[in-house]
Design a protein around this ligand. Structure first.
Ligand code: ZN
Length: 138
């Protein structure tokens, strides 16, 4: 699936604001924890708003699960994580912190990749009852 928002089409349909949901496969090479991979697709639930100058505000969340060995006790573990999406797209070269789009279509790959990266944990834990918690503060 292409992670795009077609601003020209939405403008033509006068759908200046709305909600969209995307699902895509997470990039395992982003995960820095040993023996841990994505165990679900990443779900992005987004709200977009097209402003008068065709800038687009996109807010929402990304959610995904990771599976692998608990970083503390090495038992199988699976945890769900989510992160925020709060992005501003301008249809031209803009301020460096803005995302840009050209040709009337927003490509969300970078934006959602960044959101996933920010939401990735430094470690995976099997749960509150992890046996390693009894002898470790960390
Ligand atoms: Zn554990």
């Amino acid at each position: 699936m292409k992670l795009t928002i077609d601003v020209r089409k939405l403008n033509a349909q006068k759908k200046y604001a709305g909600d969209v949901t995307f699902e895509f496969v997470g990039d395992n090479s982003l995960i820095e924890i040993p023996y841990v991979t994505f165990s679900s697709p990443v779900t992005a639930r987004l709200h977009y708003e097209i402003l008068e100058d065709d800038s687009v505000e996109i807010t929402g969340s990304v959610t995904f699960s990771l599976k692998g060995l608990c970083s503390r006790c090495l038992q199988e573990a699976e945890q769900t994580f989510s992160g925020e999406v709060d992005a501003y797209f301008v249809p031209r070269d803009g301020e460096s912190e803005d995302y840009r789009y050209f040709g009337g279509v927003i490509d969300l790959d970078d934006c959602l990749g960044d959101a996933v990266m920010l939401a990735l944990p430094g470690r995976l834990v099997c749960g509150e009852n992890c046996i390693a918690l009894e002898w470790s503060e960390q």
